[in-house]
Design a protein around this ligand. Structure first.
Ligand SMILES: C[S@@+](CC[C@H](N)C(=O)[O-])C[C@H]1O[C@@H](n2cnc3c(N)ncnc32)[C@H](O)[C@@H]1O
Length: 238
């Protein structure tokens, strides 16, 4: 797939692992609250370079499928699983049309992914491929304060997202897709948390176009500028 978001291309070329608010620390914490055993089937949708999928496979020894629409991301994830000799299944496609049978997974993780998709299609797809009592864990960008039209346009453009939802908006989409229980937690970002220079896991592509350094810089500036508007929520839907 040709990814239109310059921001996502930037993450792919720099190969930023844990490219979601809270990083691996938050991932480990939310997973530690769940019952995961050897037979659990987990889909890491929008797996990026595969840091979380590798962690789950290693720690829990369960079935992990790592899925993404970006060929560079999937290649970097594959390389990681190969070098760690982990039996993670990789799969390429879009969240809006998942190539899996109904009821395939016990759990889906979406770490800063669903916000980039067309939620009216992707969230029903998550529900479809989950087993009847399956759990969706989503860490997603959330609108926490009102914005002007111009600010909204700038944010949508910078991230290449199709919509920017507040807590009620997310909840409505999850419920409409059939999730009966939707729990949401506000995750307070450290002011410096969006600064990717602090990420510990990089897998750089060769010959990155200099324009991507500019995009990275623009992202850092915007996330500081909108730090009171853009928040992050952890949703647990069942
Ligand atoms: C911000 S990154 C997060 C990557 C990873 N979850 C992490 O935390 O490091 C968003 C990821 O979602 C993927 N993505 C965006 N839109 C997608 C879609 N419609 N279908 C599948 N993957 C998508 C991107 O390619 C990218 O790898």
């Amino acid at each position: 797939m040709n990814v239109e978001s310059a921001y996502l291309n930037c993450l792919a070329f720099f190969g930023v692992g844990g490219a979601h608010p809270g990083g691996m620390q938050l991932t480990k914490s939310i997973l530690s609250r769940e019952k995961i055993v050897g037979t659990t089937k987990i889909l890491d949708v929008g797996c990026g370079t595969g840091q979380t999928a590798a962690y789950i496979s290693k720690k829990y020894g369960c079935h992990v499928t790592a899925f993404d629409c970006h060929t560079v991301m999937i290649e970097k994830a594959k390389k990681r699983f190969r070098s760690l000799q982990l039996p993670v299944v990789t799969c390429y496609g879009i969240a809006e049309n998942l190539p899996f049978e109904d009821g395939s997974f016990d759990m889906i993780l979406s770490e800063s992914v669903t916000a980039f998709t067309d939620v009216s299609q992707s969230i029903p797809e998550f529900k479809r491929v989950l087993k009847p009592n399956g759990i969706l864990l989503a860490i997603e960008m959330t609108l926490e304060n009102s914005v002007t039209e111009a600010e909204l346009a700038q944010i949508l453009h910078c991230y290449g997202v199709k919509q920017l939802l507040n807590e009620a908006g997310w909840r409505a989409h999850f419920q409409k897709a059939g999730f009966k229980q939707v729990l949401s937690e506000n995750f307070k970002l450290h002011p410096d948390a969006q600064n990717m220079c602090h990420a510990l896991d990089f897998s750089l592509s060769k010959n990155i176009d200099p324009s991507y350094f500019h995009i990275l810089h623009q992202h850092q500036c915007l996330s500081m500028m909108y730090k009171d508007i853009l928040g992050c929520r952890i949703f647990r839907c069942q």
